[in-house]
Design a binder for this molecule. Structure first.
Ligand SMILES: [Zn+2]
Length: 99
């Protein structure tokens, strides 16, 4: 466990259900969970920490309501309105790292 700027982050073996198996990290303010092999992935941290800030900006619960409403239409990936900026920042991080 580590605390970074108020973000309480955990390493877990697997992200549990109901999250899909493809999910390797989850932010539910004020916590972020990472699968253990991704815990120190700096670009995944950029992604999840963006969600942490975004959830706080939305006062948390409305963010999850909006996420759930849009998910059937936009999926849970980079096409989701609340994921676009997180993926853009993650991709920029990977590009800067030469990945
Ligand atoms: Zn995300």
């Amino acid at each position: 466990m580590r605390i970074v700027g108020g973000k309480i982050e955990f390493s877990v073996k697997r992200i549990p259900r109901p999250f899909p198996e493809s999910v390797c990290a989850v932010c539910v303010w004020p916590f972020i969970w990472y699968e253990e092999d991704r815990y120190d992935d700096p670009c995944l941290q950029v992604h999840e920490r963006y969600h942490w800030n975004d959830q706080l900006r939305w006062l948390v619960i409305p963010w999850f309501i909006a996420y759930g409403i849009l998910r059937p239409f936009q999926g849970g990936g980079a096409g989701h309105w609340l994921e676009r900026e997180a993926y853009a920042r993650q991709d920029a991080c990977r590009a800067a790292a030469g990945e």
